[in-house]
Design a protein around this ligand. Structure first.
Ligand code: ZN
Length: 276
């Protein structure tokens, strides 16, 4: 048994953390959705750091880490959506720079090791980029594009995209929504069957804006355009004469075992004969 037994189903992560525990750097981020097991992995990792045997799972250190009772393994929970700068500055940093109560080491490097902490207030925000630009669309058809969100500092809400200024005869179903927690949405720009080729200025007039609520405020961000719209000529319709069909010769065909020229047409399959 080792302390890693408490982290089932994450062999890759465990292997990485075991390596890290042998020569740790100043900080690690374990990132995953709720329930993914980040807490269990962090706890086991902490045990591996304070256990003299690298996380045996059985010694006094390991047992106390697993029961959340080790004086050198401390846990902070965020007070709101994130751990605040104040919390880090006032509570975490002084302890991180202090000496361990029991453990032989404190992170990496001993006394001459320099910690550099970069603290900043979280500024949730977003950016949207559109790919599949410069569409060439045939009249009566559509072209797909993909909107990809970059979510910044934990912003997790819906992002609505509006496309305005499309050339006459072109349309897109909006708003297009990149749903909360998602990064991608697909949209389509359609050209009407009777659309005419847009003028040079019309062709580039489309604008995309992305809007989301951040801290209760409507926040709008410009998005790169969808590029120049080009109307492709209608797909051509061809009519070709079909290849001549061989003249059907309605002559009797004789199959093996068939009675030739029976007096009466016989279609009874039981006697193995059919007349055409
Ligand atoms: Zn141990």
């Amino acid at each position: 048994m080792t302390i890693w037994d408490s982290v089932p189903g994450h062999a890759d992560v465990v292997a990485q953390l075991q390596g890290a525990a042998r020569q740790p750097v100043h900080a690690y981020l374990l990132v995953g959705p709720p329930g993914a097991g980040a807490r269990a992995a962090a706890t086991a990792f902490a045990g591996a750091l304070v256990c003299e045997n690298g996380g045996c799972g059985e010694c006094r250190d390991c047992v106390r880490v697993l029961s959340d009772a080790h004086p050198d393994v401390l846990r902070w929970e965020p007070e709101g959506a994130a751990i605040s700068v104040e919390q880090v500055r006032d509570e975490i940093v002084p302890i991180a720079f202090g000496s361990p109560v029991e453990s032989a080491r404190r992170g990496n490097g001993g006394e001459r090791f320099v910690y550099r902490l970069l603290l900043y207030d979280a500024k949730p925000d977003f950016k949207v980029t559109i790919t599949g630009v410069e569409p060439t669309i045939a009249a009566g058809a559509g072209k797909e594009f993909i909107a990809t969100a970059t979510r910044i500092d934990g912003f997790d809400g819906d992002i609505r995209l509006e496309i305005s200024g499309l050339p006459k005869g072109f349309s897109a179903l909006t708003p297009l929504v990149i749903q909360a927690g998602h990064l991608v949405a697909k949209g389509t720009i359609n050209a009407a069957a009777d659309a005419t080729a847009p003028s040079e200025s019309e062709a580039t007039s489309a604008k995309v804006t992305a809007t989301a609520m951040i801290h209760g405020q409507t926040t709008t961000r410009e998005v790169n355009g969808v590029g120049k719209m080009t109307l492709a000529s209608k797909p051509k319709l061809f009519v070709e004469p079909a290849a001549p069909v061989a003249e059907v010769v309605r002559e009797p065909i004789t199959l093996p075992g068939m009675v030739e020229n029976p007096a009466e047409p016989n279609t009874d399959p039981k006697n193995g004969a059919m007349t055409f």
